[in-house]
Design a protein around this ligand. Structure first.
Ligand SMILES: C[S@@+](CC[C@H](N)C(=O)[O-])C[C@H]1O[C@@H](n2cnc3c(N)ncnc32)[C@H](O)[C@@H]1O
Length: 269
């Protein structure tokens, strides 16, 4: 098992782990990972649960063989261009040389590796100019909103139907020192005003359900990027988002994303 903590947290975590031999790894200047060799899987699970109960980011980690190889591959940081990387807090890979890293902790959906998420991160990379107010609909882990802030957005409102997703987003915002710029909200209908950027990786059915609210939430010069859909669904979904019009479409394998804005913006492009 492994626990992601800071230099100040190592002693408390090690004490909680007790008699099991521990090793401390420092994948970055701020992050410390306390790795414990626990042979008995039940004991490892018990320890993980106890440490999580104390508020620590503890995860079960295979100790060897193909399972460890798979785990190492799964926890490798993802890089987006030369400006952004996303990784789990417990990633053991050395982060020296990586661009700005967004760390993700426990819970919430989305670690950046799904094509539907990647398409939106890439759009944020290309389109965020700085200072934008962002609405992240279906925030999951909060990954898209946190990437937007790392790229220069000023504030994020993160919405999800799952309480667990909003909790994970708040924890991840704090983990990255962004909690003063991220607020969560249970429903789009509770929100007033328009946003410069709206991202929604929520799939066809939820986009169609929320279409009027999504369209209303985009400011005059703002843009909306939807994802989690197939290429064949794009044109039909765009119609639901009237009066917004399509500005751009991207596809990665079976997944597509569409960027929309007001027609005045489309005419100016
Ligand atoms: C595919 S995940 C995307 C997570 C993250 N934004 C990403 O891109 O990796 C979809 C998220 O949308 C949320 N969701 C689904 N329907 C929703 C709705 N109608 N309103 C708000 N959130 C919704 C789910 O709970 C889930 O957390």
């Amino acid at each position: 098992m492994v626990v992601a903590t800071t230099a100040d947290g190592v002693a408390a975590v090690s004490a909680r782990i007790g008699d099991h031999p521990v090793e401390v790894v420092a994948p970055s200047a701020a992050r410390r990972l306390v790795r414990a060799a626990v042979d008995d899987e039940w004991e490892a699970e018990r320890l993980v649960a106890t440490l999580r109960g104390d508020g620590h980011m503890a995860v079960a980690r295979p100790s060897e063989g193909v399972r460890l190889d798979a785990w190492m591959r799964h926890t490798r940081p993802l890089t987006f261009g030369d400006r952004l990387a996303v990784c789990f807090a417990w990633s053991e890979h050395d982060r020296a040389g990586l661009p700005t890293v967004i760390e993700l902790g426990l819970g919430g959906f989305g670690n950046g590796d799904h094509p539907a998420t990647k398409l939106l991160v890439e759009l944020l990379l290309e389109r965020i100019a700085g200072g934008e107010r962002v609405l992240d609909v279906g925030c999951g882990s909060g990954v898209l909103g946190l990437c937007a802030i790392a790229l220069g957005a000023s504030r994020v409102v993160a919405v999800d139907i799952k309480a667990e997703a909003m909790e994970a987003t708040r924890r991840n915002a704090a983990l990255n020192g962004m909690d003063d710029r991220v607020e969560t909200c249970a429903s789009l209908s509770e929100l007033d005003g328009a946003f410069d950027v709206v991202v929604a990786n929520i799939g066809r059915a939820a986009i169609v359900d929320l279409a009027p609210q999504l369209a209303r939430s985009v400011s005059a010069r703002g843009w909306l990027a939807i994802s989690g859909i197939s290429a064949s669904q794009c044109s039909q979904i765009v119609e639901f988002l009237h009066p917004l019009v399509e500005l751009e479409q991207r596809t990665d394998g079976e997944w597509s994303a569409v960027v929309l804005g007001h027609s005045t913006l489309a005419a100016a492009v």
